[in-house]
Design a protein around this ligand. Structure first.
Ligand SMILES: NC(=O)c1ccc[n+]([C@@H]2O[C@H](COP(=O)([O-])OP(=O)(O)OC[C@H]3O[C@@H](n4cnc5c(N)ncnc54)[C@H](OP(=O)(O)O)[C@@H]3O)[C@@H](O)[C@H]2O)c1
Length: 250
C-alpha cells in the first residue's frame, strides 16, 4: 500500500489533510516538531488508518537525514510528499525586520522543503511514480509591505516546483504548487506571537479554512495519472488580491 507523507501535520492545513486522508484509510507519515501533538493525532487517526509519526525540525539538515535513515523501510512506498511545513515570522519593513526571523523562514520554507524533496524524490524516481505537492502561497506570486522575506521564500517554492517539474519530465511523477490566500490556522499566531494581533488579521472577514485547502489537495491528488494540476491560486471571496481585503464593519 502506498504512503502519503505530510510535513507540518500538527495543525492547520497539514492536520486537516491528514484527517481527511485517514478517514479514507490512507497510510500516512506525519511530521512536525511538537511530539506530544503528533502522539495525540496518531491516537485519533489510527482508528481508520495506519499512521507513522516522526518528530523533527525540517530546517535542520541533520534532523532530516536522521528521519530519512529512521524511516528508510517505509520510504520506497511513499507516493505522495506534501511539503506543507512552513511559517511567516514578523511583518516589519525590511529595513527594520529581525534577521533571525529571516533565517528561520528561509531555513524552514526553502531549505527544509529542499531537504525533504531531495530525500524522498529519488525513491519516487526509482518507482517511476509519485506526486510532490508543495504548499506555496499567494505571497509567492505577489508581494506586500512587511512581507518581503516570507514572499521571497514562497517565490522560491514556486521556482523549485517549476524547475523540479522540468527535472522530472519523462517520469510519471507530478509536481503541484498550491497557493492559498488568507487562511485561518495557527499561522498568524506564530507570525505575530500575540493572540490579539493574530485575531485582528481575520476581523470582519470570512477567511479560508484549512479544510478548504485539504479538499483542494485531495482533488489534485485524485486526478488521473496523465493530469498534473501544476498550480492553484485560492483566495477567500473577501480577498480580491493580496492587499485588497473587504472587511465587514458591523
Ligand atoms: N495560513 C495562511 O494564511 C497561509 C496562506 C498561504 C500559505 N500558507 C502556508 O501553509 C503552510 C501551512 O501553514 P498553516 O497555515 O497550516 O499554519 P500552521 O497552523 O501554523 O501550521 C504550520 C505547520 O508547520 C509545522 N512547522 C513549522 N515549522 C516547522 C519546522 N521547522 N519543522 C517541522 N515542522 C514545522 C508546524 O508544526 P510544529 O510547530 O509542530 O513543528 C505546523 O504543523 C505553510 O507552508 C504556510 O506558509 C499559509
Amino acid at each position: 500500500m502506498s504512503i502519503t507523507l505530510i510535513t507540518g501535520a500538527t495543525s492547520g492545513i497539514g492536520l486537516a489533510l491528514a484527517s481527511k486522508l485517514a478517514k479514507q484509510g490512507s497510510e500516512l507519515i506525519l511530521t512536525g516538531r511538537r511530539g506530544e501533538r503528533l502522539d495525540k493525532i496518531k491516537t485519533e487517526l489510527s482508528q481508520n488508518a495506519k499512521i507513522h509519526t516522526f518528530t523533527f525540525d525540517v530546517s535542520s539538515r541533520k534532523a532530516v537525514e536522521k528521519f530519512l535513515e529512521a524511516s528508510k523501510e517505509l520510504l520506497p512506498r511513499v507516493s505522495v510528499l506534501v511539503n506543507n511545513a512552513g511559517l511567516a515570522l514578523g511583518a516589519d519593513k525590511l529595513q527594520e525586520a529581525n534577521i533571525d526571523d529571516w533565517e528561520t523562514m528561509i531555513d524552514t520554507n526553502v531549505k527544509g522543503l529542499l531537504y525533504m524533496t531531495r530525500g524522498i524524490v529519488p525513491y519516487m524516481v526509482k518507482a517511476n511514480n509519485g506526486h510532490v505537492v508543495n504548499i506555496g502561497s499567494v505571497a509567492g506570486r505577489w508581494v506586500y509591505g512587511g512581507g518581503s522575506v516570507y514572499s521571497a521564500t514562497k517565490f522560491a517554492v514556486r521556482a523549485i516546483s517549476e524547475a523540479l517539474r522540468v527535472d522530472l519530465l519523462g517520469t510519471n511523477i507530478r509536481v503541484s504548487n498550491i497557493e492559498p490566500g488568507m487562511l485561518e490556522t495557527e499561522f498568524s499566531l506564530v507570525r505575530f506571537r500575540d493572540p490579539a494581533r493574530a485575531k485582528k488579521v481575520y476581523e470582519g472577514v470570512t477567511p479560508l479554512q484549512p479544510e478548504d485547502i485539504a479538499d483542494t489537495i485531495q482533488w489534485v491528488l485524485s486526478r488521473p495519472p496523465h493530469v498534473n494540476i501544476q498550480e492553484i491560486v485560492i483566495f477567500p471571496t473577501a480577498q480580491a488580491a493580496i492587499a485588497n481585503i473587504h472587511r465587514r464593519t458591523s
